[in-house]
Structure formats: structure tokens, C-alpha cells
Design a protein around this ligand. Sequence first.
Ligand code: ZN
Length: 469
Amino acid sequence: MNRFSTFVLATMLLCKPVSLTFAESLGEEPSWKAGVSSVKITPEGPAWMAGYASRDKPSDGVEHDLFAKSLVIQDPAGKTLVIVTLDLISVPGPLRAHIEGKLKQSHGLDPENLLMNCSHTHSGPEIRTTGTALEGLDPERRDKAVAYVEKLQTRIISSIGAAFIKLAPANISFQKARAGFAMNRRLPSDTGYRNSPNPEGRVDHDVPLLRVEDTEGAIKAIVFGYACHNTTLGFYQMNGDYAGYAQHYIEVAHPGTVAMFMMGCGGDQNPYPRRTLELAKQHGRTLATAVEAGLETPKREITGSLKMAFATADLDYADAPTKDELLERAKSEDPYEKNYAERLLKELEVGTLLTLYPAPVQVVRFGDAVLFVALPGETVVDYSLRIKRENRKPGGPDVWVAGYSNDVFAYIPSLRILLEGGYEAGGAMRYMTTVVQPGAFAPNVEDRLMSRVNELIKSTAQATPVASE
Ligand SMILES: [Zn+2]
């Protein structure tokens, strides 16, 4: 970064706009405010991609660019929520911790004031933020991965800074639609659950959206959600998959608007059919069309105030494998199993295996209009269906549940899926890179996560935030 851009960045971060708006200086009611910004985060040149363990070479081009987008929302009392969406495979815990630390320094914000979500595109770069994740890579790939994360952090901070600069009075409302291309991907078979379309399986087809308009009625930002793996494609060209196309189509249809995709509880959902560029565009078009339909539904205006809470839920793992078991597994002819056992043995050499994972949970209330729950990890659809079932009441707030938020470290199965077994139940643990996962979660996983969710829902209703553990 050159000196000038460093200066611009620092200025953007440190200039916290405090001046009164014209309306406020006239003694009128203070209003909600919003500012939005988008920055490109496509790696320059070839880079290793994330999402499929079978890829054996770096990217060979860019189908369309990837973005980090930031929306800063302030309620009339000045309470702030920063929403960051990323066209990336995950939000690793260390990446969130870095951004959280910077926002504390620059704006005095607390963890509850920051919400980060990723689109889970399987056609973006790998993001390696820990020593564990970098281990065993050849030096060129390792250096590139480290440099990418550094640049990514800088760009996200710069995008948030730009959104703060643009803070201006805004009208914010909630609308919703539905889209049907997500299908459950857990198909029961004689040999267990296979990764195949299951038309009988559970789905969440809601498309919730937040519409941010300036005082003239021009749309400045649209945040929209959908619960479906972003896995139409698996080739070697960088792109945001269906969610990238959906954002692009919305931005083309509404010049001057930033469209932000928020992944729902799509851990066990896939877009079908898949595997061609045309289908990724088609699913993107379907989702963008659903958003257009949503924009025509009655607006639920957001008034009142923001209430936010953030805390961790300690998710226990099932009993960890012993050293003898791992030595046996390390003899496997399956290269992924062998590699996994070796990584776990390495962990054992220097200490013990993890017994629990502190998973972040966040709740945001937008006045009385929307109850927003952000879950961590690759949360499966049972969670969003349950939270909506338990919290949607006549005349009550609309309920929006996002997954893939704040720390995407592993799949988080419901008790049902844990007991059924298969990939999302624990089979995928061996592919997780940021933290070496010892194995499947314990059967209390859903209880642990839901107790924390319910606690935060209750605490925000009473406006007394629960402290982080
Ligand atoms: Zn996934």
C-alpha cells in the first residue's frame, strides 16, 4: 500500500462523523442513518481456491469479481451495527477477531456491533489464518495465502471506513419473498446419507431482505438472505457462484445500489441442478428475481432502536479419539483420512485435542420489526426452521436467521442430523482447516446452541445484553 492510500484509509477510519444533520439542527426528530460501501477482493493472478479438497492446481482466471461489502446502520440514538458480507468460503474466527479489534480502536465498537457473514462460494480463494491452516504448504502457496489475508483485512477495514463516511439519514424497511432452487442434499440410502438431491428433505425457501433508502426514496442498499450452499460450480475460475450473480443482477437493475448476500442455514442445502456456468447464472437470476418480487411486497418500516447481543455457546465434542486409534487410522489408504489422523497426532504431540468450541451467537433486533439471529458455522436448516417456528408470533417481529456468520469453523448439525450421521453430522470434520477438529460434536450440540440463542433473544427483548463469556 502506498503512503497516500494509507493516509486515506486512516482518515476514513478516524473521521467518525459527529456533525448534526440539517434536520437535527432544526430540532427535528433524529433519524436512522446508513452508509454502504463495496470493495473488490478478487486475488490478483492465480490463487489456490477453497471449497473442494479435490482441486489440484490454482485458479486459471476470473469469471467475475468477488467483493467485501459493508453496511453501517445507526439508530436515532447513535447505536451502531456494522454488517460485512464477503464473497468467500468462510469467515475464519481470526479474521473476525482482527476486524473486531480494529473497530474497537477506531469507533469504540463492541463485538455485538459487528456482524460478518460469508456467501460460502466454492469458487473463491482459500483463506488461511492460522499456523495449523498453513502447515505443510509449499512456501510459494503459503506466502501467497498469508499475503492474501493481509490484503483482505485491509480492504475490509477500508470498506467499513468508507461506509462510515457515507452515513446519512435513511429509511430502512424489511420485505420478503421466496425462491425454490435450494433442495435438501441428504438422501437416505442403504449405506447411510448420500450427498444427493432429496426432494422430500427439509428446506427453508425464505428470501428476507433489508431495504435501505435515502431520504429521497432512492435505494442505496439491499441485504438479502437465502439458505443454500453456494456450490453450483467447481471449476478453476474465480466467481461468487449463484450469490455473486444474484448480487450483480440486482446492482445492474438498481444503479447506485449495493446488493449484499447473507447466507442462511444452508449447511444441508444445495442448488440443483448444478455444475455449469449457465446454471449458476440461472440460480442467481432466480434469486435476484425473488428479491425484485420482495421489493414489491408491503414494507415493514424499521423504527425504534437497535438492540444487539453477542455471546459464545460452548459446543462439546464427542469423546476424542485415542492415540492408538489415530495411529491405526493413519494407516488408511484413503489419503484424506490418513492426512486427518496425522494432523490429529501432531496436535497430540504438542498438547491435547479440543474438547469444546466456543461458537459465537448474535442477535439483533431492528426495532419491533425484525428479530435477526446470526448463527456460526455451517449451520443446517433445522436451526432456522426451529428458530422461526418458536419465535414467529402474530403481530410480532419478522424473524431472519442467518448461518455462516462470525466464525465459520465446521458444520453444526442439529441433533436429528447428528444421529442420522453422514457428511454434515461429522464426516466433513476432516476437511476443516482453520482449527483441527477432533471429530463430531456431542449430542448436546443443538441444546447448547439453542440455549444461547434463546438467552440472547430474551435479553434483547428486555434490552439488557448478556456479556460474552
Ligand atoms: Zn459447506
